[in-house]
Design a protein around this ligand. Structure first.
Ligand SMILES: N[C@@H](CCC(=O)N[C@@H](CS)C(=O)NCC(=O)O)C(=O)O
Length: 206
């Protein structure tokens, strides 16, 4: 298998984190330079179907993009440690929180960063500060929801670390490149972030 990866980009980091938690080492890493547009070449588009990283190419030529779908595939091949839930209830709860973290936290943060960081202007047709701010406010609304939830839950979805935590932490960490920090009063969020960042797998490829 080959992972089309971009070292500094957040979505590929989700997959590298899943791989590190599971000790997966038999995936060839193929670096893609998104700043120079390597993901927009006809060859890359033909292989992956969309101009995005990450993408996982299987030995039979199937290519899977979408970081969470790649994670789910790797979970089927390497079930331990479990990151996506072991039964119907857990799987649904993990998916619910993963989607919430993508839609209401990681995506608005990603938009805020892309619409404000000067180096990322190349990826946008125009950078709009008002839209960036709207997205920061939206992300902070969900951070407050998470903070309340994390007051009596060790991790986001289950009593153990899951893909939902990876999506949440990677989203928040991406905001560090614009020197953003979550509001200080969100102490449960801060505790959870610290716990997740302390995991050895959190450091892989950052
Ligand atoms: N939902 C997708 C998002 C993929 C995505 O947007 N990746 C970014 C890097 S983090 C990308 O390829 N950006 C290239 C561009 O915007 O031109 C996933 O989870 O994999």
């Amino acid at each position: 298998m080959k992972l089309y990866d971009s070292h500094r980009a957040p979505n590929p980091r989700r997959v590298r984190w899943v791989m590190a938690e599971k000790g997966i080492e038999d995936v060839e890493i193929v670096p893609i330079d998104i700043m120079s547009g390597e993901h927009k070449t006809p060859e890359y588009r033909a292989r992956v179907g969309v101009p995005h990283v990450p993408a996982l190419e299987l030995d039979d030529g199937t290519t899977i993009s979408e970081s969470v779908a790649i994670g789910r595939y790797l979970e089927a091949l390497y079930p331990e440690p479990n990151l996506f839930g072991v039964d119907a209830r857990e799987q649904a709860v993990v998916e619910m929180w993963t989607r919430r973290c993508e839609f209401y936290l990681a995506n608005p943060i990603m938009l805020n960063v892309r619409l404000t960081h000067p180096a990322l202007a190349a990826l946008e047709s125009s950078q709009q500060p008002q839209v960036a701010d709207y997205n920061r406010v939206a992300a902070e609304r969900f951070m407050r929801t998470l903070d309340r939830h994390l007051a009596d839950h060790p991790f986001i979805a289950l009593d153990r670390f899951t893909i939902a935590d990876i999506v949440g932490v990677v989203g928040l960490d991406f905001a560090r490149i614009v020197k953003y920090r979550p509001p200080e009063e969100l102490t449960n969020l801060a505790r959870w972030l610290e716990d997740c960042r302390a995991r050895p797998a959190a450091k892989v490829g950052v």
